[in-house]
Design a protein around this ligand. Structure first.
Ligand SMILES: Nc1ncnc2c1ncn2[C@@H]1O[C@H](COP(=O)(O)OP(=O)(O)O)[C@@H](O)[C@H]1O
Ligand SMILES: [Mg+2]
Length: 251
């Protein structure tokens, strides 16, 4: 029998005041699965991640974790269950050091000191460059290093599902490459994630499945192998450049 999905969002609607941001959207994520969430600005991508993380609540539909509704649970309660959001803009503490920022991520599990140290060393191993910058204020890191730090902190909460909101935004090509190396490593370790990404070809190469939103509704849903190029370019940006790039990525 197939394993039950970890995360399941069923027919959700979400509103900000008078604005309906998503209508009747669903997704499922099984253990270790990776989903690229794409769409133009304002399509509802961040809203879907906020619904999963409990930052906002749906006004219709259901958000389920391992077969049970988690609607109404706070973000903190969901972190303890294993659902961790790395929000747009990273949300690190610029005045604290790299090390202090990472230690905050270990808070929810209250591990013994030796276990916490071990987890921290694993994160520094994974994140490479940050190991030399432990005592540096996070605010003095480059944008890319701050993004890696935010991901590192999320990992210390031991997520089963990581929600990544445009982690490549504003990064140099070199940092994007480093970021994707790390995402690849997470995938190999069996951490499931939803990746919101503006560089569609990159996300498609990495992820198993794709969900494309258009004005708050589902426009594409399926395996990244089977996704139709025409449909994809229509949902995303159009434009021959993206078309060519995407075509290359799908080969
Ligand atoms: N805090 C908010 N207050 C009011 N409207 C919002 C808020 N956040 C998002 N929206 C609106 O909801 C829609 C979806 O936004 P969002 O999920 O952020 O899109 P995306 O991440 O795909 O760019 C947009 O029309 C946006 O303007
Ligand atoms: Mg967004």
């Amino acid at each position: 029998m197939a394993e039950a999905p970890l995360l399941e969002i069923r027919d959700v609607w979400a509103r900000y005041g008078e604005i309906t941001a998503v209508r009747n959207v669903g997704l499922t994520l099984g253990p270790g699965e990776t989903l690229a969430l794409i769409g133009r600005n304002g399509a509802g991508k961040s809203t879907m991640l906020r619904l999963a993380a409990g930052v906002i609540q749906p006004y219709a539909g259901d958000v389920r974790w391992k077969g049970r509704s988690i609607v109404g649970l706070t973000p903190e309660q969901r972190v303890r269950k294993g659902i961790v959001l790395v929000p747009e803009g990273r949300g690190i503490f610029p005045g604290l050091t790299v090390d202090e920022n990472l230690r905050m991520g270990a808070y929810w599990h209250r591990p013994r000191a030796s276990a916490a140290r071990k987890a921290l060393e694993e994160i520094y191993d994974l994140l490479g460059v940050l190991g030399q910058r432990r005592q540096q204020p996070a605010g003095s890191l480059s944008g890319g290093e701050q993004q890696l730090l935010a991901i590192g902190r999320a990992l210390l909460s031991k997520p089963e599902v990581l929600l990544l909101d445009e982690p490549s935004l504003g990064l140099s090509p070199k940092m994007i490459e480093a970021l994707y190396g790390i995402l690849e490593a997470l995938k190999e370790r069996g951490i499931a994630f939803i990746l919101v990404e503006q560089y569609v070809p990159l996300a498609l190469r990495l992820c198993d499945r794709v969900l494309g939103l258009q004005k708050g509704t589902v426009a594409i849903s399926g395996d990244t192998d089977g996704v139709e190029l025409e449909r994809l370019t229509e949902v995303y940006m159009g434009g021959s450049e993206l078309r060519a790039e995407t075509s290359k990525a799908l080969q």
